[in-house]
Ligand binder design. Sequence first.
Ligand SMILES: C[S@@+](CC[C@H](N)C(=O)[O-])C[C@H]1O[C@@H](n2cnc3c(N)ncnc32)[C@H](O)[C@@H]1O
Length: 487
Amino acid sequence: MALYNKAAEILDKVEQKRGAVKTLVYDSKFQNIKQLFALVCETQKYSSVIQEIIDTTKLLKETKLRINLAKVLVYDLLFGQGLKCGGNWKAMMLKHRSRLQAALARMKVKQKVSRNEDLLPTNVRNAGDQLPRYVRVNTLKTTLEDVIDYLKREGFSYQGHANGIQDLSGLSKNAFICDLHLPNLLVFSEKTDFHDHYLYKAGHIILQDKASCLPAFLLNPPAGSHVIDACAAPGNKTSHLAALMGNKGKLFAFDLDAKRLSTMSTLLLRAGVTCHRLANQDFLKVDPLGADYKDVKYILLDPSCSGSGMVCLRDGSSEQPEDQAQTQEASRLQALSAFQQRCLSHALTFPQVQRVVYSTCSIHTEENEQVVAACLQQNPNFRLVRLLPHWPERGLSPHTHCLRASTTKTLTHGFFVAMFERQSNGSQAILSQQTQPSPSVVCPEGGTAEVEEDIREELCSPNEEQDSTAQKKKKRNRKRKKHTVTQ
Ligand SMILES: C[S@@+](CC[C@H](N)C(=O)[O-])C[C@H]1O[C@@H](n2cnc3c(N)ncnc32)[C@H](O)[C@@H]1O
């Protein structure tokens, strides 16, 4: 009952423009945030379809339910995995089930479609329900090979390494494949749900969109380094950083929101992260000259943003007149952009920082290229690193060194990543090498999967980074430079 009440309450608040779905879900204090988030998003997605079913069956009149409560219950009854409540509501909904199912069937006949998804308005359907599910293997607890073996033994069919983006879509129900850009990332069909799976519950796998794996992967802090995750909760990128560091070094994670930090603490514990230090603190007030941060060379900054890239958070329905909504949106974006610029400029003031990755799950240039441009102008001692030359979607011109991600071109949520690097003689040298063709720059979609695999091997072996002899250090440095070149 609590799940449906909360979900309905959140949908009410979204309609009253009292906050974004993501924030409202986190603020709800509900114990299973993921379950609640999924229910709210999915109900929103099917909202127009459910509304029609409720209208034609006169469900509200029959049951006296509030509209959004009726919507979430109808969603789970007809489109979800069945009602998760008992008592009066379940009895009432079961009483109306055949009428509701009949209304759904009539809609399908009328629209000449066979699947529920085909009833969705085109903009919603194309947006995200076709996205593959991505699973990051948590190398702090297991290995890619062990996870693949485990899943094969469970009846999943392993398809090897993807050669192109097209291999990631249209996977059959039990099939899975290794991603072509990121190591330790497995890709499944859009229907796959691992929330109840042992590997997820034990922290061996992390359910994380591919685009959201980019920031830590690109920052790639070596084992033993000192790293800041500036706006860290709920912590998926923090746990990814810790995995890349092999849990060696110091990972300072800040967040303003105590509730999100407490969720994060649980997540990090489950993921076996031990090298972190969590602080409920405003990153903008962290003193870059503080003794604790004197060796910080890597900063990941993933600040609050509009969330416009998150497919289920794009809510086109607005009761407001269009020009009023546009003005509100513009001033909201301006405020976010100003905040993001302050955070990024602050990150660049840490005295030893060499690399800062800036990311958002926004599709708005105000929060992405414009923030980058402003900070570059104010910080001439930093420049952008050209990231993953073979990635199919770039930042808007002239910021093509940065990456964008989208449902259409990369089969992920909308995302943006930039990496700043302090300019020094050393980094100039690295950057100049980047303009020269190297085998790693060959596009894997052009059929060079082996080259891509070599890079993958090279980029994703945190254990190797733990060697302590001078010779191995040298070798590591060479590899690190090469990593920069290959990105
Ligand atoms: C996009 S979320 C971060 C997601 C996180 N990086 C992850 O991968 O799980 C942004 C976070 O920034 C936090 N935040 C906002 N303003 C902040 C500030 N001034 N200092 C620290 N954290 C802040 C929010 O509470 C929110 O948890």
